[in-house]
Design a protein around this ligand. Structure first.
Ligand code: SF4
Ligand code: SF4
Length: 294
C-alpha cells in the first residue's frame, strides 16, 4: 500500500514536471502567427530573456534567448561590461540554478522525449563524465572568446542546434527570400542538429550534458540557488542510490551536473531528498549529498 502510494506520488511529480516543461515551451513560443508567415516577433517582450535555451529567431518566440543575448552583448560591448544580460543570468541562476534545465528548457524537453524512443541506451560512464566537461570549453570559446575577439556570436552561428530547429528551419520553410540565402553554413548547422538529435536517441540529454553552454553557466549556481533540491543530511545514509539511479553525469545531488529534475526523490529509501527553498537562512546542508558513483 505504502509502495503503491510512493509510486503514485512519483508519477504525479514526474507529470507535474512534464506539464511545466510543456507549458514553458508553449509560453516561450506563443506567437503562432510567426510560424504561418515565416517572420520573427518584434514586440516589447523580445527585449526580455526567457530563462531556458530558446532561439530568438524562432518565429514563435516572444522573448530572447539568454545565450544569444549574452553573445550579442559581448560582441557589441566594445569591452564594456554588459550589466543587463549578466544581471538577468545572475538572477535566473541564483533563483533556480539548473532547475531551469530540468523544468524550463524547451530543448531539454525535446531531448527527454527523444530518450523515450526505445533504443539501446548508453549508460553514464567514465567517458560521458569526461565529455560533460566539454560544455565548459564551449561556453568559454564559443560564447565568450569568439564574440569578444571575432565579433560574431560563435555558438549561435556555428553550433546551436536549437537555433537551427526553432529558427533556421521554420524561417527557411516559411520564407522564400531566406531560403535563397542559405549556404554551406546552414548545411553545417543542419548536420550538427541531426547529429545531436541522433545522439539523444541513444544517450539521455546528450546535448544538455556535453555541449550546452547555458547548462554550464547555470551549473555554477546550482549549489547556491535559492530554490531546488535539498538533501536532509540527518536522514541520508550515503547509500548512493540517488546518484546511481540518475541518468545525468552527477557525482552528487545538486552538484554541477544535476538538472534538479527530482527524479531521484522517489528513489531515495530514506526520503531524504525534497524540493524547496534552500537560500539564505536555511542550514547549509540543504545541498549536500554523498559522492558515491557507479
Ligand atoms: S539522499 Fe541519496 S545517498 Fe542519501 S539516503 Fe537518499 S538515496 Fe541514499
Ligand atoms: S541527481 Fe536527482 S535531481 Fe539531479 S539530475 Fe539526477 S535525478 Fe535529477
Amino acid at each position: 500500500m505504502k509502495e503503491k502510494g510512493n509510486r503514485t506520488g512519483r508519477a504525479l511529480r514526474l507529470s507535474a514536471r512534464r506539464y511545466i516543461q510543456l507549458i514553458s515551451a508553449v509560453l516561450y513560443n506563443c506567437n503562432i502567427k510567426g510560424f504561418a508567415e515565416g517572420t520573427i516577433f518584434k514586440g516589447a517582450t523580445k527585449g526580455l530573456c526567457a530563462p531556458g535555451l530558446n532561439c530568438y529567431s524562432c518565429p514563435g518566440a516572444v522573448a530572447a534567448c539568454p545565450l544569444g543575448s549574452l553573445q550579442s552583448a559581448l560582441l557589441s560591448s566594445k569591452y564594456k561590461v554588459p550589466y543587463y544580460i549578466l544581471g538577468t543570468l545572475l538572477l535566473f541562476g541564483l533563483f533556480l540554478g539548473r532547475a531551469i534545465c530540468g523544468f524550463l528548457c524547451p530543448f531539454g524537453l525535446l531531448q527527454e522525449l527523444l530518450d523515450r524512443i526505445p533504443t539501446k541506451k548508453i549508460k553514464k560512464n567514465r567517458v560521458t563524465r569526461l565529455l560533460s566537461k566539454l560544455k565548459y570549453i564551449v561556453l568559454a570559446v564559443f560564447v565568450v572568446i569568439i564574440p569578444l575577439v571575432k565579433l560574431v556570436p560563435g555558438f549561435c552561428k556555428f553550433i546551436c542546434p536549437a537555433g537551427t530547429l526553432e529558427g533556421g528551419i521554420p524561417l527557411a520553410l516559411g520564407n522564400k527570400d531566406i531560403r535563397a540565402l542559405l549556404g554551406a553554413l546552414f548545411s553545417w548547422k543542419v548536420f550538427v542538429l541531426a547529429a545531436v538529435l541522433l545522439a539523444c536517441l541513444f544517450c539521455y540529454r546528450a546535448f544538455c550534458r556535453f555541449l550546452c553552454p547555458l547548462g554550464a553557466l547555470y551549473s555554477f549556481f546550482n549549489p547556491i540557488s535559492f530554490f531546488g533540491l535539498r538533501v536532509d543530511k540527518s536522514k541520508c545514509t550515503n547509500c548512493g542510490v540517488c546518484v546511481r539511479s540518475c541518468k545525468m553525469d552527477v557525482t552528487r545531488v545538486c552538484g554541477g551536473e544535476c538538472i534538479q529534475c527530482g527524479e531521484c526523490i522517489g528513489k531515495c529509501p530514506e526520503k531524504a531528498i525534497s524540493f524547496g527553498y534552500k537560500g539564505p537562512g536555511v542550514k547549509s546542508d540543504a545541498c549536500a549529498a554523498q559522492k558515491n558513483q557507479n
